[in-house]
Design a protein around this ligand. Structure first.
Ligand code: PEP
Ligand code: MG
Length: 323
């Protein structure tokens, strides 16, 4: 099986009936790129930049960040790299940023919210990213966007930094796509409005499931509620994908669900364009997608959206794909 997968390494990803999708990888450090290329990743769908900030005594400088982003972009050699701006807070802390304790850290000052409070930290990262944009195919993504105003503010700050750099005579790529993670239900529900302004969506199911089911993703006692195939989740995912397509934008997914064997046939049927997963899952996913029929998965997904429980959805997928 492994040998058969290896043959797919340099192939694009097509279903049996010729529908193409993109298989991308999630990374945390520049060193991870080697594994992405080795496993046939077509892009980086999520670069979690938190790791640059963690396990150290002070903030990374603009130059340090620039070097890391440049390295990733250069090693990906023109393939797309979606860099997510800082998502700290929640379960991740920085010892050198003194922030008050919160009752509900996952509902608190996390990710883009923290970046608005600590604007210099945010601006430094954006400058590093903009400078690095000349070295490959950079796309910038904001995490934990809950309202359109947040997206507009984040984008305005990014454009301000771009203008400053240009005034300093520093080159910045012209055509950087700016997108958001959809990981808060309000944003999934309002995706049609967001789609008019963002360049792309990437659905973060790790959080979207937690916030939709009101079940802490780390708490084993409520893990029975953590249900990726729940029709409620599938309907939200569908809303996001349809909204993107209506505006001619693309929709990806970078939560764990994107690499899940049962979810892949459903997501394919819902029309997902890009699947971003751990590099080690890519060849398995490509081999699975090659054996699936896009039209059939579309019909199956429609049926799944009318089911009432996770179990019913799983039964349907198992029956149709004979897993
Ligand atoms: C997600 O929420 O699905 C996601 C990809 O982000 P993280 O796991 O880093 O919160
Ligand atoms: Mg998340």
């Amino acid at each position: 099986q492994k040998a058969e997968w290896a043959l797919l390494k340099n192939e694009p990803t097509f279903t049996k009936d010729g529908k193409q999708v993109e298989l991308a990888a999630n990374i945390g450090t520049p060193q991870d790129v080697e594994g992405v290329l080795h496993n046939g990743g077509e892009a980086v769908g999520l670069y979690r930049t938190e790791f640059l900030y963690m396990e150290r005594e002070q903030l990374p400088t603009e130059d340090e960040q620039f070097e890391a982003y440049k390295q990733v972009l250069e090693s990906m050699d023109g393939k797309a790299v979606v860099v997510r701006t800082l998502d700290i807070g929640g379960d991740k802390h920085l010892p050198y940023l003194q922030l008050p304790e919160e009752m509900n850290p996952f509902l608190g000052l996390r990710a883009i919210r923290l970046c608005f409070e600590e604007q210099e930290v945010f601006r430094t990262q954006l400058r590093a990213l903009l400078r690095a944009s000349m070295f490959g195919n950079l796309k910038i993504m904001f995490p934990m966007i809950a309202t359109l105003d947040e997206f507009r503010s984040a984008k305005a700050i990014l454009l301000e930094e771009r203008e400053k750099l240009q005034n300093e005579g520093i080159n910045v790529a012209e055509d950087i796509e700016i997108g958001i993670m959809v990981e808060i239900p309000s944003t999934a529900v309002l995706a049609d409005q967001f789609a008019k302004e963002v360049d792309f969506f990437s659905i973060g199911t790790n959080d979207l499931i937690q916030y939709t089911m009101a079940a802490d993703r780390m708490n084993e006692r409520v893990s029975y509620l953590y249900q990726p195939y729940n029709p409620a989740i599938l309907r939200l995912v569908k809303m996001v994908i349809d909204a993107a397509h209506k505006e001619g934008k693309w929709a990806g997914m970078c939560g764990e669900m994107a690499g899940d064997e049962i979810a892949i046939p459903l997501l394919l049927g819902l029309g997902l364009d890009e699947f971003s997963m751990s590099a080690s899952s890519i060849l398995r996913a490509r081999s699975q997608i090659k054996q699936l029929d896009y039209d059939q998965m579309g019909l199956m997904a429609e049926e799944a959206l009318q089911k009432s429980t996770t179990e019913e959805v799983m039964e349907l997928v198992n029956k149709v794909t004979k897993m």
